[in-house]
Structure formats: C-alpha cells, structure tokens
Design a protein around this ligand. Structure first.
Ligand code: NI
Length: 184
C-alpha cells in the first residue's frame, strides 16, 4: 500500500473516459492494491472521495468516505468507506441544488455547482457483488462529482456561472454562505 500522487487539472488522463472492470478483474491482486492505494491516498490528502483516474489509473472505480466529523462542507451525514466499481447513476428527481464543490485534482479552488439531489446508484462491490444505494441531498452531489471523474469530467464543466469559481481564501472571505443564506 502506498500514498499516490493525485494528478491535477491539465493532466490528459483526467479527461479520458475510464475503462470498466471485468468481473474477474475485481478480485485480482492488482485491483485490490489500487483500492488500498486509493484509501491511503484519500486519507493522506484529506477528502471525501477519490476516483481511480485521479491517481493515474484509468478504471471505473471510486471510493467515498464521509466521516461524522465536520469537514470543509460542514456537518453532513456520514458514509463509511465504500468502494464503488463500474457505478451507474440514475436521477430519481431532477430538482437541483447547488453546493460549493472542491476537488483534489483542482486544488485551491471552489466552484458553485447545481446537481440533482435524489439519485440511485448501481455498482459492484469490491467483492464483485451487485449493490445499489439511494442518495439524497449533499451525498447525491458527492457521488455525481466522483462519477464524473470516470467520464473525464471535472466540476468546473458543470458550472453555469464562472463568476462563482474562486480561490479558497477569497471564497471564505467573500462568498462563504452565511447561516441566514443556508437556511432551507
Ligand atoms: Ni474531484
């Protein structure tokens, strides 16, 4: 297991459509080592999700881990460390909501992106079993962001107003939603 370098925007691999894993590849030592490296890398960089292309592996493989502790997105519902292989996302309700997204491959920037808030995810586990997960709210946004990496897309591609792209320092100073703004 090893901490890998997260490639950044401008690296062509982040713009490629990643390859699906064949069923007999999923349990292979090579894939299990990539997963272990992704976990080490996510923990070292600090983040809530990582897609295999971000460590230079063109595979349809994502890990997500949302701890219960407040992070840069505030307090959100926890998701234990989970591996998603060949995930497919279906929008259940197209109504959108925006969040200020960040990405380990676009370090130092935050951008406001609106996405559907109710989706169904179908995927294979790291044991090769079929599974599904229904997601609402912020976690629906997280998964759409991560799965976009498998299709060569970054959050900036989903922005509709480029004025809402900011460096983190300026974001916190001028744009961070206040308590009153974020009331639902
Ligand atoms: Ni990302």
């Amino acid at each position: 297991m090893a901490i890998r370098r997260v490639i950044r925007m401008g690296h062509p691999l982040l713009r490629e459509v990643a390859h699906p894993l064949e069923p007999d590849e999923i349990g292979s030592e090579q894939v299990q080592m990539i997963i272990a490296d992704m976990v080490d890398t996510l923990h070292d960089y600090g983040g809530i999700g990582l897609a295999a292309p971000q460590i230079g592996e063109s595979l349809r493989l994502v890990i997500v881990e949302i701890t219960g502790e407040p992070n840069r997105y505030g307090e959100i519902a926890p998701i234990p460390l989970t591996v998603f292989i060949n995930p497919v996302i279906e929008v259940v309700d197209p109504a959108t909501r925006g969040y200020w997204e960040g990405c380990l491959s676009v370090p130092g920037l935050r951008g406001y992106v609106e996405r559907p808030q109710h989706v169904m995810v179908r995927y294979s586990t790291d044991q090769g079993e079929a599974a599904e997960l229904e997601l609402q709210g912020f976690s629906a946004t997280v998964f759409q962001h991560e799965f976009d990496h498998l299709d060569g897309k970054l959050f900036i591609d989903r922005m509709t107003d480029s004025r809402l792209l900011a460096f983190e320092q300026e974001f916190e100073r001028y744009l961070l939603p206040t308590e009153e703004d974020s009331g639902e």
